[in-house]
Design a protein around this ligand. Structure first.
Ligand SMILES: C[S@@+](CC[C@H](N)C(=O)[O-])C[C@H]1O[C@@H](n2cnc3c(N)ncnc32)[C@H](O)[C@@H]1O
Length: 259
């Protein structure tokens, strides 16, 4: 089911993820004049950093509102971005047109991972490279979402959702890359610090994440809002590393791919 990433406010999350975009752009070792494509660029975190590094940057995303935010950010920073609305399963880009593809928690939303990776392979030049990130399903934020999933699953008496492709797992990703025409050359674990005023404030702000907005009608219909909020806050309070505010770490991996 496609979710509307323009709904609610993805901007809060984008602000949190910015350090990962920095890691990705650094790892991609972008040099001036290279052509870079940011797949599922959202509000343009990675695209803007690549532009600052001197690249010619195209950002592709399915959500027009987020592309407008990216455009405004580029304008404010005096950076030039070529932003295109499109699907990561059918990128609006020519074959062999990119030196570098980056995707910060972007291609991991592909309904068809092999097709998405084949698109990355198609648009890369023969010696091109790609750097993408994927969450490791562990840590407090994952546990918080798991707590919500359990409550919803129990109340809806629905079977658990199908397991998502294990984008973080090099053993799973390597063969899919190979079929798509890419080589997985390195996978490096890292962790992102996530801060807030308090666990309660973090959970409250999370209600405007596009995924939460998409689930809201179902949660309201089942009358589960308060129970879920309490369960999520309890998980985060138990994992909080900063008793005077809120700090947790989310593990993720950086994958480096070659054509
Ligand atoms: C977690 S956000 C990451 C955005 C951005 N890369 C960042 O670091 O902030 C996921 C993004 O994937 C985009 N997306 C999801 N499915 C997509 C698809 N099929 N084609 C293009 N973009 C898609 C969403 O619109 C959203 O901007």
């Amino acid at each position: 089911v496609g979710i509307d990433w323009g709904a609610g406010s993805y901007e809060t999350t984008a602000g949190e993820l910015e350090p990962v975009a920095r890691v990705v752009v650094e790892r991609a070792a972008i040099t001036g004049g290279e052509s870079v494509v940011d797949v599922a660029c959202g509000t343009g975190n990675g695209a803007l950093l690549a532009a600052v590094a001197g690249a010619r940057v195209i950002g592709v995303d399915a959500a027009p509102r987020l592309l407008r935010v990216a455009e405004e950010r580029a304008h404010a920073q005096g950076a030039a971005l070529d932003l295109r609305e499109g699907d990561l399963h059918a990128l609006p880009l020519d074959d062999a047109s990119a030196d570098v593809v980056i995707s910060v928690f972007g291609v991991i939303f592909a309904g068809d991972p092999e097709r998405a990776l084949a698109e990355v392979a198609r648009i890369l030049r023969p010696d091109g490279r790609a750097v993408i990130t994927a969450w490791i399903p562990a840590g407090p934020i994952d546990a918080m979402l798991g707590a919500m999933g359990q409550i919803v699953g129990r109340a809806a008496q629905a079977p658990p959702p199908p397991r998502r492709f294990a984008w973080h797992d090099a053993d799973a990703l390597g063969p899919v890359c190979a079929s798509a025409g890419l080589e997985l050359v390195a996978t490096t674990p890292d962790r992102l610090a996530i801060r807030g005023a308090s666990p309660e404030a973090y959970v409250a702000a999370g209600a405007s994440h596009p995924m939460a907005v998409a689930q809201r009608p179902m949660i309201d219909r089942l009358g589960l809002g308060a129970e879920i909020q309490l369960a999520m806050t309890t998980v985060l309070s138990g994992a909080n590393e900063d008793p005077s505010a809120f700090l947790v770490h989310s593990p993720y991996v950086v994958h480096e791919l070659r054509k």
